[in-house]
Design a protein around this ligand. Sequence first.
Ligand code: HAM
Length: 415
Amino acid sequence: MQKKYQALHGTRDILPPESSLWQYIEAKVREVMRIYNYREIRFPIFEHTELFQRGIGESTDIVTKEMYTFKDLGGRSLTLRPEGTAPVVRAYIQHSLAKKAPVNKLYYLGPMFRQERPQKGRMRQFHQFAAELLGTLDPAADVEMIDLNLEVYRRLGLKNLKLYLNSVGCPKCRPQHRQKLLAFAKDKLPELCSDCNLRYTRNPLRMFDCKVETCQIILKEAPVMLDSLCHECREHFERVKQNLEYLEIDFELDDHMVRGLDYYTKTAFEIRSEELGAQDSLSGGGRYDLLVSDLGGEETPAIGFAAGTDRLIVAIESQKISYPSDEKIDIFIAPVGEEAKKTAMKLLFSLRRKGHSCEIDYLDRSLKAQMREANRLGAKKVIIVGERELEEGVYEVKDMQTGEQVRMPQAELKV
Ligand code: HAM
């Protein structure tokens, strides 16, 4: 028996009518991005592995466990993009975007790839919409980024979201926190998992990423970055908070949130939805003021966020948010007989050229069956093209909403 192929675990097909919801979300994202003056960037699905290793950080879960890395025929190590910030920064440097504009505001939509254990809201091929703002350290930019992200959710009518805020400091204040953290964890190493023991030596801040419950309980008591911020980071954080309060954007502090990527400095944020269960983070972002210079460019402060579309879909469905669906067609053309089919095809093509969404029967069905099909497709009108009608130079036009049927001279057809 022929083998039945299935989409890979952690990937899935998006079929109609669900694809209309995706299109609707994507259209909203583009609308909001235009209003906030962001321009689209499209970058490759795969890049040199090193870009992600250096950009995201060698000791992160993404780089150590989750990347789809492969060798191409030339022996190069390539990786399917697990996220978009590193590629955007690569493109920013490669195309000298800083020379073209002092501040660059970019957005992107598309699939990302991480080899995580699939569960509700967690896929191996998942989708993000995201924005990056490069070229300013202004705390107002942090607030714009948060508001931009929230605005997409507002326009979609999403409720019960919570914004969480933290500051992860900078290389000036981090060593102090690192020392405190090492001192705290030192005598707890036997109770911490093997990954955390590794993190302890490589990058102790990453212990906060640990999903093991015992580790999480222990780390609840750990010293947090907020208590070690340098003057500059503290000032910045205060101004972000003040601006948010001034703009009446609610937030909560989450001093344990470090985000899963090493490039963050200062502001880090997440938007979570209670309805999502374990995978409750709808979106996340923050500043990455050193990433451009780390990847070989001029020092350039920057901030961005990325939102998971798959999780957004779960939230939209669980909140029963309605959305317009474009599945219905305008006109169904129902020919009866061989000759009529020819005229019907001509009519079909001319109506489509005028912009009407039209369909015709390709199965030579009876008129009754064609009417049923027209109903199933939600056609507003049906044009019946019969042999007798052809001889008389007329069409029968049925309004499917009112049920009214009229004869119309072919030359005067109005739909
Ligand atoms: P991230 O937190 O790794 O950040 O991902 C952002 C969002 O992508 C998450 O909040 C989640 O909604 C979604 N996501 C991540 N992994 C999965 C998965 N396996 N399945 C489904 N959804 C997922 C970043 O990617 C950063 N590049 C964000 C950023 C942009 N920071 C600055 N600029």
